[in-house]
Every structure is written in structure tokens, then in C-alpha cells.
Design a protein around this ligand. Structure first.
Ligand code: AQP
Length: 343
């Protein structure tokens, strides 16, 4: 069956939205608006899989929504909403819990990293996170999912779940007039020079919201001074920058900073090295500060303004949720019929 192209992606409202979220995901959300219908979700149900403060969560939901809009997502042309306002996500996740296999989930590396050594004490929600993520995408029968590199394995699981559902219920799907498959196999869109932005303190660790050190990341809400301080303090090695890509081998921090510069300027890493190769890091960092401040400064300022306007942000989310529900509800009704529920 041919599926209409539809883009879906989400960001967790877990605080400290950073340059990795921006370059790995949000920049692509913005670009895809010109070519596709897009649904962008603040995935608040994922944000309660680990301990959280309810007052902080509601502020974070508004902040991610404000970031989407400040970065250039148009909530009138596309859909921006928060996951918990559309109950079909949880409903489909239950059906998918009965399709996905425990062995599949046991292979998920993000759960292992996030649960750490205290796995027995992790919530079932954290373990089940990738199944809810599959439901987030497939409840809209979305075909394309822009994400950072770290979400690749979860996307593969979403495809496995869609495929198994289509196989397990093939007869019923055909009998209900949906042809050969009810769900598309969603394609990850992982592209560009910054699909995995690394910590500014350790080039082997992903830049992450939950890193204890604020110096490990550039937050979208950072002002020019904070950005400048963090870039200047970013870890480097003693060698000058190479003029060609192979010279970045085994130099994770240099690779990361060059990738960030390339992504922010719209150049390739080769072009960045052609410009800065042979020079000292101090010069390169000064240019990176100017570039980062020019790109991120206006976003941070707009985000702060929008986050404070609760009435506006809440109305965007309410409107987006109603439009998301209008797509999700008939899909969920069809799933119920396919699996044999009486409705
Ligand atoms: N460092 C990164 N580089 C590139 N892309 C990244 N993404 C996250 N970190 C990087 C992408 O941002 C989108 C939203 O991520 P998320 O908020 O849903 O969850 P996450 O991947 O768990 O993000 P964090 O920031 O690392 O949070 P914590 O610290 O809670 O684990 C996704 O598309 C993701 O790939």
C-alpha cells in the first residue's frame, strides 16, 4: 500500500534543550516544513519515565513549545502539540506492547544507559519507552521521522513493530479494506554534519540534557556570555586544526567542534577545515563563538519571550492537540477493528 508522506517527530520536555537537540533534530523539523506535512510533538509522557517535578514539567512543556516556534516551526501550517492531550498514543502503545517482543526491548542500548546499574529500580515506563515511541509515530501512520543518531535503534524497533503488526493481522487488515499493510515502515531521517553532537567536556559522550555539568552543553536558552564562556572552555587537544578530514581521526573534541561549526554555518566539515586548518584552536573558537551567538542568540531571546506567554503557548498546544486527535482517532478506531475489539 502507498502511504501519503507525513513527517512526525518529538522532543522530551526534560529541561535544558541544547545544541544537540537543535542541530540533530529541530533544524531538520524546520526544513521539512517546506516539503511535507509535519507533526511535531512535545512528548511529555516520555518525560515521566524518570523522576520529575510536576511544576517543572509544565514549564518544560511550554519551553519546548516555545523553542519549536522560536526556531521557525509554524504551528498554523503544521501541527504542534503535547502528547498527553491525545489519548490515542497510550491506547496504541498498549496494542503494540502485545506485538513487540521482550527480546527486542532487551536489546535497547538507551534503556541500559539510562537505567544504569540500578536496573531493577528503573520504571517499567522507561523500559517500554521505545514501544510508546513507535505508537507516537504510527498512530499518525507517519512515514518519515527526523531524529538524531541516538534514536536510530528506536526507529528500527518502530519498523519491526509496524511490520509484525502488518504480518500478524494481515488477513484482518485486508478484510477491513486496508490492503496489504495498515502501518507504513517509518524511515529515519538522520542527516548532516551534526547528527550526534558530543559533550563540550568530553568528545566521546553525547551532549545531553541530563549531564550534571552545564559546561558540557550549549543550552538554547543561553545568552551570548554563556555561549562564549562555554565555547572558550570547551575541551580541545594541543594540536592545531588539520586541513583535511583524515587529520581529525582520533580527535573527538576537534571533530565535534568542527561538526558544530559546519552545521551552524551550513558548510561541510571539509570546507570548515579548508578555512581554519593549520590555525590554533583559540582563533577557531573565537569564530565559533561569533557564529553560535549570531545563530542561537535570537532563538534564545524569542524562546524566553514566548515561554512567558502562557496563554499563547497553551492555545497553540490545545489547537494542535485537537488537529492531531482528528488524525489519530480514525487510525486508532481502525486498529481496534483490525485486532477484533468491539467498538
Ligand atoms: N547530542 C545530540 N546530538 C544530536 N541529536 C541529539 N538529540 C538528542 N541529543 C542529541 C536528538 O534530539 C531529539 C530530541 O531528543 P529527546 O529530548 O527526545 O531525547 P534524548 O535523545 O534522550 O535527549 P537528551 O538531550 O540526550 O536527553 P537526556 O539527557 O534526558 O537523555 C531526538 O531526535 C534526539 O535524537
Amino acid at each position: 500500500m502507498a502511504f501519503k508522506e507525513l513527517v512526525f517527530s518529538g522532543v522530551q520536555p526534560t529541561g535544558n534543550l541544547h545544541l544537540g537537540n537543535y542541530l540533530g533534530a529541530i533544524v531538520k523539523f524546520v526544513e521539512l516544513q517546506d516539503s511535507h506535512d509535519c507533526i511535531y510533538c512535545v512528548v511529555d509522557m516520555h518525560a515521566i519515565t524518570q523522576a520529575h517535578d510536576p511544576n517543572q514539567l509544565i514549564a518544560n512543556i511550554r519551553e519546548v513549545t516555545a523553542a519549536f516556534i522560536a526556531c521557525g516551526i509554524d504551528p498554523k501550517k503544521h501541527i504542534v502539540f503535547n502528547q498527553s492531550q491525545v489519548a490515542e498514543h497510550a491506547e496504541l502503545a498498549w496494542v503494540f506492547n502485545c506485538v513487540a517482543r521482550i527480546g527486542w526491548l532487551n536489546r535497547m542500548t538507551q534503556f541500559k544507559e539510562k537505567a544504569g546499574k540500578d536496573r531493577e529500580n528503573a520504571s517499567i515506563g522507561l523500559y517500554d519507552y521505545p514501544v510508546l515511541m513507535a505508537a507516537d509515530i504510527l498512530v499518525y501512520r507517519a512515514t518519515h521521522v527526523p531524529v538524531g543518531e541516538d534514536q536510530k535503534q528506536h526507529l528500527e524497533l518502530s519498523r519491526d513493530i509496524a511490520q509484525k503488526f502488518n504480518n500478524d493481522f494481515a488477513e484482518s487488515i485486508a478484510a477491513h479494506g486496508f490492503g496489504e499493510g495498515f502501518f507504513p515502515l517509518p524511515e529515519p531521517l538522520i542527516q548532516g554534519p551534526a547528527t550526534r553532537v558530543m559533550s563540550l567536556r568530553d568528545g566521546t559522550k553525547k551532549m545531553s540534557k541530563s549531564d550534571a555539568s552545564d559546561y558540557s552543553r550549549i543550552n538554547l536558552s543561553d545568552d551570548a556570555d554563556a555561549i562564549a564562556q562555554k565555547v572558550r572552555k570547551a575541551k580541545t587537544d594541543p594540536e592545531p586544526l588539520p586541513s583535511e578530514l583524515p587529520g581529525l581521526d582520533k580527535r573527538p573534541e576537534a571533530t565535534n567542534l568542527v561538526g558544530i561549526y559546519a552545521a551552524l554555518s551550513g558548510a561541510t566539515k571539509d570546507q570548515v577545515l579548508a578555512e581554519f586548518g593549520g590555525g590554533q584552536f583559540s582563533q577557531f573558537k573565537a569564530s565559533l563563538v561569533d557564529l553560535a551567538v549570531a545563530k542561537l542568540g535570537p532563538i534564545g531571546a524569542e524562546m524566553k519571550k514566548l515561554s512567558a506567554d502562557h496563554a499563547y503557548i497553551d492555545s497553540v498546544l490545545r489547537d494542535g492537540s485537537a488537529r492531531a486527535r482528528a488524525i489519530a482517532a480514525p487510525n486508532m478506531k481502525a486498529v481496534k477493528e483490525i485486532v477484533g475489539f468491539l467498538s
